[in-house]
Design a protein around this ligand. Structure first.
Ligand code: BG6
Length: 500
């Protein structure tokens, strides 16, 4: 995926929406960390564009505070002073064609020669399409003076139609190879490690299919509630906010066929293919719920039917996965923060060992712990010492903090910004992946409007593992949510009768 770490072409990063939270909390800390590691192109310049009447000094002071609070690496004044000189502010209105012309002239004067440019749309989503149009009208998409690329934040559309419209607007201004649709889950170390686990080892891939896998579970549980984001969240809900992007992207990494290389298109072809092979989701295979008290949160409509939790059962209709259920769940205000993928293998065809008193047989499980406690665990059976034939499950455990002591796992934005600067799109979603994901989620969202009774919204207590309906969804298939890396609200299920 990532090639040599440092570019020599002078490069300008232009952040639109630079007065916002994302710039302060994520983008500048990520650029700072890369700068500290000497990975940014020499001659880097970072221009923040926003409407407010700020000076360079004010902008820099604000960003310094952001770096102090949010950078994974420790803050040091010398590095900051060096970077600070490369940070500038430009006051401009995203609606104004004239302001893009002014910005273009300003950037040309600063660059005074060929330079690559990376535009970052950290704005409200309604500006994504129009901003692309304005950039093109001002000639800012032209590669004549250096590479021009653009990063677009999520949400990428709010349904299939709006995502297609946005893709059309983006493509009217930029070629696909200039476009980087960011999904920060793809920048997490552990998510990147999925491809290494599967394709840099010989052990797992032979059993990574319907012959050996019983089911796959993807959990992204959060303890945070809607907080101050109700304005956005109450319109979006968990399916748009988490499933259309993060969960389906994780699923694609787990389920895709081996790519021919680590080249961006080779990877994205396989991801798009597997997303396209997911069977349309039956509403009865979905659970949607709201945490108790959600409707009373500031900014939430008192009669809101927006789910803050969902669980889905999916099937992939291809040779590898036919008949293997994929269970996805995500919610806010849950018992623990935990993003985990569990591959549950089938039980052996015959169990000839005794189980301990009150123990159920536990199939082998591979847990990919995305966060926190990043690592992987393989659960398998052993003989209990000093018994004749009693079986007990134990874990083989890989933890980043033990295997790579002292290494601070970079924030997702650190990797993603660096890759975009280098022109490596392998961790970014292509237009067809985005549309394939919407093609799955959209009918569920409209089904909730037209046939709400097929999956009535239920509630769950704050600090729980979600509604019992989500447990029932698995039990119907003879499965149970598994706890992997830590407590994931999992249970045990005697899918095989004790001492069978
Ligand atoms: C964002 C969602 O994309 O991801 C948020 O909009 C969510 O609602 C966040 O809280 C979760 O990201 P992370 O990295 O904290 O797991």
């Amino acid at each position: 995926m990532s090639g040599p770490e440092r570019q020599s072409t002078p490069t300008t990063v232009v952040i639109f929406g630079a007065s916002g939270d994302l710039t302060q909390r994520k983008l500048i800390p990520a650029l700072y960390n890369n700068f500290k590691k000497r990975r940014l192109p020499e001659g880097i310049r970072i221009i923040g564009v926003a409407r407010r009447d700020w000076t360079d000094d004010y902008f820099r002071a604000r960003l310094r505070d952001g770096v102090r609070e949010n950078s994974a690496a420790s803050h040091d004044d010398a590095t900051w002073s060096e970077l600070e000189g490369k940070l500038h502010y430009f006051q401009g209105n995203l609606d104004s064609a004239e302001d893009y012309q002014r910005l273009q002239a300003h950037l040309n004067a600063l660059e005074s020669g060929p330079a690559d440019r990376l535009y970052y749309l950290a704005t409200a989503p309604e500006y994504y399409g129009p901003a692309c149009g304005h950039l093109a009208a001002a000639g800012m998409n032209s590669d004549a003076q250096g590479r021009r690329s653009i990063i677009i934040e999520k949400p990428f559309g709010e349904d299939l139609a709006s995502a297609q419209t946005l893709n059309a607007q983006v493509h009217a201004a930029f070629r696909e190879d200039q476009v980087y649709r960011i999904d920060h889950y793809m920048g997490k170390e552990t998510a990147q490690n999925i491809l290494f686990l599967r394709f840099a080892n010989t052990l797992f891939e032979p059993v990574w299919n319907r012959r050996y896998v019983s089911n796959i579970q993807v959990t992204v549980a959060e303890t945070v509630d809607v907080g101050h984001r109700a304005g956005y969240y109450d319109k979006a809900g968990v399916l748009r906010d988490m499933f259309q992007n993060h969960l389906l992207q994780l699923l694609a990494l787990v389920a895709m066929e081996p790519p021919a290389s680590l080249n961006a298109d080779a990877i994205r072809n396989e991801k798009a293919k597997v997303l396209g092979a997911i069977r349309p989701i039956h509403l009865a295979n979905t659970v949607r719920a709201q945490y108790e008290g959600y409707r009373a949160a500031e900014g939430v409509a008192p009669s809101s039917a927006t789910p803050t939790y969902a669980a889905l059962k999916l099937h992939i209709d291809n040779w590898r996965w036919k008949g293997v259920p994929f269970y996805l769940r995500s919610g806010k205000a849950m018992a623990d923060r935990s993003s985990t993928i569990i591959v549950e293998f089938q039980a052996p065809p015959d169990i000839m060992f005794k189980l301990g008193e009150n123990e159920c047989f536990t199939p082998n499980m591979l847990s990919i712990c995305i966060q926190p406690n990043e690592g992987m665990q393989l659960r398998f059976e052993t003989k209990v010492p000093d018994t004749v034939a009693e079986s007990h499950s134990v874990n083989m455990n890989f933890q980043y903090r033990d295997a790579y002591p002292g290494v601070i796992l970079p924030d997702a934005y650190e990797r993603l910004l660096l890759d975009a600067l280098k022109g490596d799109a392998s961790l970014f979603a292509r237009s067809d992946e985005i549309e394939a994901a919407w093609r799955l989620i959209d009918p569920v969202l409209s089904g909730y409007k037209t046939s709400p009774d097929l999956s009535p919204i239920c509630s769950y207590p704050v600090g729980s593992w979600g509604p019992s309906a989500a447990d029932d969804l698995l039990v119907r298939g003879g499965h149970v949510w598994r706890s992997g890396c830590q407590s994931c609200g999992g249970g045990t299920l005697c899918t095989i009768p004790k001492n069978a």
